[in-house]
Ligand binder design. Structure first.
Ligand code: AMP
Length: 197
């Protein structure tokens, strides 16, 4: 795999910021592979693999899975794709350590990041969205207690990625408070501009 030739977008934001919905739309419009590490973990869980069983209680408690397990799972998945297929990464990296591993620090593989799109949504809106999703999708980790834990983990472990990628000059912020269409329009403007470069 020539990982360096892949166009890859990281969609980044708190749980409930609308990453999954936007990632689907982006993948369709730009013919990218949508990769959600949350979905990959849920798939492992559904298949009751060793990895899935390891991740189960961690996920149910709203904690983050270990960085090395997450990155190895991601890498195995990306490797199966066509070499030039671009990807949209939804929910990874979620720690600075994961971002460094994706650059090849203490990890033998490189998972390139072309641009990072940050979905900015207020905490109150995010909580309401997640409670609604809990009712609709019956996700085991969308209970009020886990939501609180996941948001706390986001603030501590994931939010620092904002300045990490801003320093690299590849962070683009989008206001995700309004409609799905409005957010998607902002994202497309950013991607179109990058693709022209
Ligand atoms: P998500 O669907 O993206 O909210 O992910 C659901 C759960 O899967 C998270 O709460 C974590 O337990 C786990 N997970 C997903 N992606 C990652 C990641 N990049 N690093 C660590 N844990 C993850």
């Amino acid at each position: 795999m020539n990982a360096k030739s892949r166009f890859s977008i990281v969609l980044f934001g708190s749980p409930g910021s609308g990453k999954g919905t936007q990632a689907e739309l982006i993948a369709k419009k730009y013919n990218l592979e949508h990769i959600s590490t949350g979905d990959l973990f849920r798939n492992e869980l559904a298949n009751e693999t060793e990895l899935g069983l390891k991740a189960k209680s961690i996920m149910e408690q709203g904690h983050l899975c270990p960085d090395d397990i997450t990155l190895n799972m991601l890498y195995q998945h990306i490797q199966k794709l066509e070499p030039d297929k671009g990807v949209i990464l939804d929910g990874v990296p979620r720690t600075i350590q994961q971002a460094e591993m994706m650059q090849g620090v203490n990890f033998e593989h490189v998972i390139p990041v072309s641009i990072v799109i940050y979905l900015n949504v207020d905490r109150e809106v995010v909580i309401q969205r997640m409670l609604k999703r809990a009712k609709l999708q019956n996700r085991a980790d969308d209970t009020p207690e886990t939501i609180e834990k996941r948001l706390e983990n986001y603030e501590i472990s994931t939010a620092p990625l904002k300045s990490y990628y801003a320093k690299k000059g590849i962070l683009f912020e989008v206001q995700g408070m309004h409609s799905i269409d409005n957010t998607f329009k902002q994202i497309c403007e950013i991607i179109d501009l990058q693709l022209k470069k």
